[in-house]
Design a protein around this ligand. Structure first.
Ligand SMILES: O=P(O)(O)OC[C@H]1O[C@H](OP(=O)(O)OP(=O)(O)O)[C@H](O)[C@@H]1O
Ligand SMILES: Nc1ncnc2[nH]cnc12
Length: 230
């Protein structure tokens, strides 16, 4: 990866090593020139973090809330305005891609959850040069399938994946728009594991953190926005 410190093999010199003149295998860290790779790496991380926070502010501004939908007592978080605006759509994909490149190994497969995980899962997969595989509600996929039942914030359901959709050992990132109770994502993760996939983690646009859904997940969880942010 560019910016990472590289190992230099240097021929030994005649002069003995001292505190002021460390051996060539261990360059003096106080010298500006020897710190350049690390400085480059941390500068690029700082730049990525700054870019990510301004993307998050724009994305958060687009979200809408609808009380009592789809049932009384549920405050529905509507992410669709992001997709209605090409600039915000681009911001979203860029933010998710930035995070994956900083935090995860490159996935072989992006798994998106029915139905709102299909809004950005395939585009993200394409950007990451990964396969896209859907997790669908029961009865929608042809051929042999694995099935997992789950409870979510407003009801029970079943998810399915085609049995050959993930090959054993493939590195998988699971994505969805929202994590609420975590029931949907946990069921998707269990299906990936049943197929032999190696779960890199989960990524969501928005987390309803008061529901503590991430406690149900046993791989790293990243959410772009959370309900407790200012
Ligand atoms: O964390 P949980 O409590 O499981 O809830 C989160 C899930 O609920 C929503 O999907 P929904 O089942 O409403 O389906 P849809 O995407 O088809 O609207 C949302 O898109 C997540 O998939
Ligand atoms: N409150 C909520 N708003 C939008 N989607 C959801 N999925 C589960 N809970 C939700």
């Amino acid at each position: 990866m560019s910016g990472l410190p590289t190992e230099h093999s240097t021929a030994s010199t005649a002069s003995p090593a001292t505190a002021d003149h460390p051996p060539p295998q261990k360059p003096d860290p106080t010298l500006e020139s020897n710190n350049a790779p690390q400085r480059g790496l941390s500068a690029s991380r700082t730049a990525a973090a700054a870019e990510l926070s301004s993307l998050k502010i724009r994305l958060r501004g687009a979200l809408r809330q609808f009380p009592d939908f789809p049932s009384p007592g549920i405050l529905f978080e509507d992410i669709l305005p992001i997709f209605a605006n090409p600039a915000l759509h681009e911001d979203l994909l860029h933010a998710l891609e930035l995070h994956v490149s900083q935090a995860y190994e490159k996935p072989d497969v992006v798994v998106g959850l029915d139905a709102r995980g299909f809004l950005f899962g395939p585009s993200l997969a394409l950007r990451l040069d990964a396969a896209f595989v859907p997790v669908r509600k029961k009865g929608k996929l042809p051929g042999p399938c694995e099935t997992a039942g789950f409870k979510k914030e407003y009801g029970d359901d079943f998810f399915q994946m085609q049995a050959d959709a993930v090959k054993p050992g493939q590195k998988v990132l699971v994505v969805d728009d929202i994590i609420a109770t975590g029931g949907s994502a946990a069921a998707a993760g269990s299906l990936v594991k049943k197929l032999g996939g190696s779960l890199l983690g989960y990524m969501f646009i928005l987390e309803l953190d008061f529901l503590k859904g991430r406690d149900k997940l046993d791989a790293p969880v990243y959410t772009l926005l959370s309900t407790q942010e200012q």
